[in-house]
Design a protein around this ligand. Structure first.
Ligand code: GLC
Length: 756
């Protein structure tokens, strides 16, 4: 075969690579042409090179972040350099720096046998140096455009630091608030999750994946990780296929349709088959049904963990099962590198399986331009200019503002006047390091704005601000309560910041009690006895079960972990320079014991619908309602919804015949301030061959309302919206009476009835 020059081959083949580029309508059903350049490479590579091309490790040479993974038998620096020179390493993750990336890339593309470029990845979950709200907080914005903007900004900074690929967005629908990784996703709802997944992929990958300021997205963890039993991380997931498809897959499908070219297999099993060795998931659904042409990387040693799952007998068996199922790259375990050559030589692993995985990896590297631009995203000048740009910092403040949910505001206690004397109290008020929350791996801590700094800045030199920590996150502070009481005595109003430290949520941080830790509750009770106005600002990575003086405070805001601009954003809202506009992406239960708790639950045969409690599906201690429901959030105004109206009522054939029907409502701003209202559409399928949830979010619209303004909001309901998965793996609607309501939360509004 005539050997084409590399450059000519690339020119001819870049078109093929471009078919991997983003075409949202086709992105999942990507057609990828045979690529002579890549086939020639594969034909020339040794088994050891192929095994190395399917192996990625945490970078021990250039890792500057917090300890975020369990220790393993790390590849030493010497070993890694040797692997790079031999062309037996596909890339590294969580090592950063444009210049040092260039040095490593130079070894690969100038000295290795086939000059295959390295790919550099990182956990850029909610920002690189400038940190944005944790994803569940950003989901509270119900603002996909905002999520796209922050992902775009994060990609700018990550690519300026020499990264090509982020292990984000995390798109796991979380069904139990005890699970610490609620913090990383978009909450409990599949529809909101899909909107945010699509937006973030778009932001990370930009207009063209060959642009140097883009990064590959990696919607993770595929799949159903949010369904872990008991909310205990890494635990079993035992769900029927219809639940897998109705609840957990929609955000992934949305992400792949938006053009995501990589995904990460999850630690959990699904009904006894670990995701990393699950051919039904990684091949039948991902590639067979969705036409995904990208690559799958295992989560950190998850292929090796199939031995502990009891699914693989040993390392070689784990490699055969993971690769054959469709897991292309092994992360961190080293098993692929260690066993693939022998497994192929022994005939236990077909070479075509290995070659197909290598092909996928090389095509993704080609799709981001690495073959013709191996030093892509390794420009030291950009590293200096594109980190913490003023517009990025301003965006962090805007995103933080738009993520804060006002849960309660009795007697319009908020916003406070800047002339008021304020006692700012709580363990987090001066804490720079803890502001970003979980999975902020490379933050610029010194530049973070604390609660106290933000309040001081808002109040100015004249403002009277008294501060005291009062307690630690999970322990009393000697004299802390006394200091807090002294500060409070000097002030007209108390602002108490309570909740979790960043290590209380995130990976491997499941809690049986999702309340505010006891030392902080004691502080709250002591302050409440002063009978002064008290605003509670919650700081948390999940929904909390509120109790006592925290629960009874007249004004409560859910502030999540807001990132670099925390103090400024909170002060912007507390003192009224901006109004809250976010809504809850997770239900706040009455008590922890209600978990797993999600609004889109089924009705059961004995729902408790009235005060008749005999033999109903209920608890003795609390009602089944949430304390604060999914979708709930107040502004500094009052909003009224009219009843939901159906544009064309009529018999079922009307909808089926017409193909759709419209529902609408009038939304009125009764207050004296402008507000942003998030009008939400919920539907319910009253009868179905697979029983359906009592409510499902199927749409939302953000309305900016001037004082006194009324807007009509309208949604179209059609068969696609009403379709749901069936046991035969098909998704379609069934004739049924449908309830539809437009309202301000999952617990609101009188539905109208229509028929499909
Ligand atoms: C972790 C996480 C995953 C992360 C990976 C690399 O265990 O599960 O989300 O991307 O390892 O740090």
């Amino acid at each position: 075969m005539m050997k084409m020059s590399r450059r000519n081959l690339l020119r001819g083949c870049s078109a093929a690579a471009m078919t991997l580029a983003v075409d949202p309508s086709l992105a999942v059903a990507q057609t990828v042409l045979p690529d002579a350049f890549i086939e020639q490479l594969i034909a020339r590579m040794s088994l050891e090179e192929k095994a190395g091309q399917l192996s990625i490790y945490s970078d021990p040479l250039r890792f500057e972040g917090a300890q975020i993974n369990p220790k393993t038998a790390e590849q030493s620096a010497k070993q890694l350099h040797a692997s790079i020179l031999k062309g037996e390493l596909t890339g590294l993750f969580n090592g950063v720096g444009a210049s040092s990336a260039r040095d490593l890339q130079k070894l690969a593309v100038e000295q290795s046998p086939h000059k295959i470029p390295l790919i550099f990845a990182g956990d850029i979950i909610h920002g690189m140096k400038t940190i944005f709200p944790i994803p569940v907080g950003e989901a509270a914005s119900f603002n996909p455009t905002l999520a796209e903007r922050t992902a775009r900004a994060a990609a700018m900074e990550a690519s300026a630091k020499g990264l090509h690929w982020t292990f984000a967005p995390m798109v796991d629908v979380a069904r139990d608030e005890r699970w610490g990784r609620v913090s990383e996703g978009a909450g409990e709802d599949p529809y909101l999750g899909a909107q945010m997944a699509r937006a973030r992929v778009k932001g990370f990958q930009g207009r063209n994946l060959r642009d140097e300021d883009t990064v590959l997205a990696c919607p993770k963890h595929f799949a159903a990780y949010g369904g872990v039993e008991g909310g205990r991380d890494y635990n079993t997931v035992d769900i029927p296929d219809t639940t897998l498809r109705a609840t957990f897959l929609p955000p992934f499908e949305a992400a792949f349709r938006q053009g995501a070219l990589t995904t990460m297999s999850s630690f959990n099993d699904i009904a006894g088959v670990p995701a990393t060795g699950n051919a039904y998931l990684l091949t039948d659904i991902l590639r067979g049904e969705w036409g995904f042409k990208g690559l799958v990387v295992s989560d950190y040693t998850s292929e090796e963990e199939m031995i502990l799952h009891g699914y693989a007998a040993d390392g070689p068996d784990a490699v055969v099962k993971a690769l054959s199922a469709g897991c292309d790259i092994s992360m961190q375990s080293g098993l692929y590198y260690k066993h693939i050559p022998d497994l192929v030589r022994q005939g236990r692993l077909p070479l075509r399986v290995v070659d197909e995985a290598v092909r996928r990896v090389l095509r993704v590297k080609q799709a981001i331009g690495l073959f013709d631009n191996p030093y892509r995203s390794m420009d030291p000048k950009r590293e200096a200019s594109d980190i913490r740009r003023p517009e990025t910092v301003a965006l962090a403040r805007e995103a933080a503002r738009k993520s804060i949910v006002l849960l309660k505001n009795e007697q319009d206690l908020l916003p406070l006047k800047k002339s008021a004397s304020v006692a700012l109290i709580g363990p987090a008020i001066h804490d720079k390091a803890d502001l970003p929350g979980p999975w902020a791996v490379f933050p610029d801590v010194e530049r973070h704005v604390t609660f106290a700094e933000g309040f001081r800045s808002a109040l100015g030199a004249q403002g009277r601000l008294f501060t005291a920590r009062g307690a630690d996150y999970e322990a009393r502070l000697p004299g802390g309560v006394e200091q807090a009481l002294a500060a409070a005595q000097s002030a007209e109003v108390i602002v108490l910041v309570v909740g979790e430290s960043s290590e209380m949520s995130g990976e491997a941080q499941s809690r049986t009690d999702i309340g505010v830790p006891a030392p902080q509750l004691e502080l709250a009770e002591a302050l409440a006895k002063l009978a002064k106005p008290m605003v509670v600002l919650l700081r948390h990575g999940r929904a909390l079960a509120l109790t006592g003086a925290v629960r009874d405070a007249p004004a409560i805001m859910a502030t999540w972990f807001l990132g670099s601009e925390t103090g400024n954003a909170v002060a912007d809202l507390v003192f009224g320079d901006f109004a809250p506009e976010a809504r809850l992406p997770v239900s706040f239960p009455q008590v922890s014991g209600q978990e797993p708790y999600f609004y889109d639950h089924r009705n059961t045969g004995r729902p408790q619908l009235t005060d008749d409690k005999a033999y109903k599906s209920r608890y003795r201690e609390v009602t089944n309602e949430a304390l604060y429901p999914f979708g709930h959030g107040l502004s500094y105004s009052k909003v009224r919804y009219s009843a939901t109206a159906v544009s064309e009522a009529g018999p079922s054939p009307a909808l089926r015949a017409k193909g759709s029907v419209r529902v609408s409502a009038q939304v009125e701003n009764l207050g004296a301030r402008p507000c942003v209202e998030v009008a939400q559409l919920y539907i319910r399928q009253l009868t179905a061959s697979v029983t359906q949830p009592v409510r499902q979010l199927k749409g939302f619209q953000r309305l900016s309302l001037a004082p006194g303004e009324t807007r009509r909001v309208e949604f179209t309901i059609d068969a696609e919206m009403l379709a749901f998965p069936h046991p035969d793996h098909r998704t379609y609607a069934e004739p049924s009476a449908i309830l539809a309501v437009i309202g301000p939360s999952a617990a609101s509004g009188e539905p109208v009835k229509l028929a499909f």
